[in-house]
Design a protein around this ligand. Structure first.
Ligand code: ADP
Ligand code: MG
Length: 241
């Protein structure tokens, strides 16, 4: 059974149907890149999987459990699926380590001692063990985004959804964040990643999903999708037309 099973998912905002029947299964340990033009529904899809948006049709299952619209289910789902955004949103008055400790303590009621041990391990995992006591404004944008990744990992998610997590960074800081994501992929983390980094998608991802106007327009292994795009829409997106 797939870790994430998305079946005929529809989502509308008023008259604007932005997801028009999405079907996508993601296996445990799989790394999926989502590409497509602005407005094609990429962020909305991730937000639906994470329960930040309710869906108007179809179904989303995570680890065999339905995403039901009642609060308890949504809360349970958000604990299973981590999400990282373009903006890191660390609390500026807390150290990096404290930022990572916060959710496990508040949401999971983990003890401070346990949360600190977990946070130190996750900070090590993103290569920032030495920055545990630094405040966000003492860190570069790339380091802050790595702390945000550590914060998501501290909740021990089954999968991580990343929405353009390098888009707000200066170009020279993009690679250190992609390297951390690549390392997580190598460690077996299930990842769905909206990204403009085509080289990363080509080298690290198992499959690439091209979204166009609220639909999965093409899907396949990166070698196929990038080298042999079948539709004019993807050819145009890739700059081939
Ligand atoms: P992408 O991430 O691919 O750029 P989005 O999922 O953000 O696309 O947006 C898809 C469409 O849904 C766009 O037309 C956008 O304006 C619309 N949309 C997204 N979020 C909302 C919202 N909260 N309210 C109304 N319209 C929205
Ligand atoms: Mg988006």
């Amino acid at each position: 059974m797939s870790l994430i099973a998305i079946t005929e998912v529809r989502k509308r905002f008023g008259d604007n149907e932005v997801l028009k029947g999405i079907n996508l299964d993601v296996e445990a340990g799989e790394v999926v890149a989502i590409i497509g033009k602005s407005g094609s529904g990429k962020s909305t899809l991730l937000r639906c999987i994470n329960g930040l948006e309710t869906i108007d049709g179809g179904s989303i299952m995570v680890a065999g459990a339905h995403l039901a619209p009642d609060d308890a289910h949504l809360r349970a789902l958000r604990l299973k699926v981590g999400m990282i955004f373009q903006s890191f949103n660390l609390f500026p008055h807390l150290t990096a380590g404290r930022n990572v400790m916060l959710s496990p303590m508040v949401v999971k009621k983990v003890s401070a001692k346990e949360a600190e041990a977990e946070a130190r391990a996750r900070m090590e995992q993103v290569g920032l063990g030495h920055k545990f006591d630094a405040y966000p404004d003492e860190l570069s944008g790339g380091q802050q985004q790595r702390v945000a990744i550590a914060r998501a990992l501290a909740m021990q998610p089954l999968a991580l959804l990343c929405d353009e997590i390098t888009s707000a960074l200066d170009p020279e800081l993009v690679n250190e964040v992609l390297q951390v994501v690549g390392k997580l992929a190598g460690e077996g983390m299930t990842l769905m990643m909206v990204t403009h980094e085509m080289r990363f998608a080509r080298e690290v991802c198992d499959r690439v999903v091209f979204m166009h106007q609220g639909r999965v327009h093409e899907i396949g292994p990166p070698a196929e999708v990038f080298a042999n795009p079948k539709t004019p829409e993807l050819q145009q997106f890739l700059g081939m037309l």
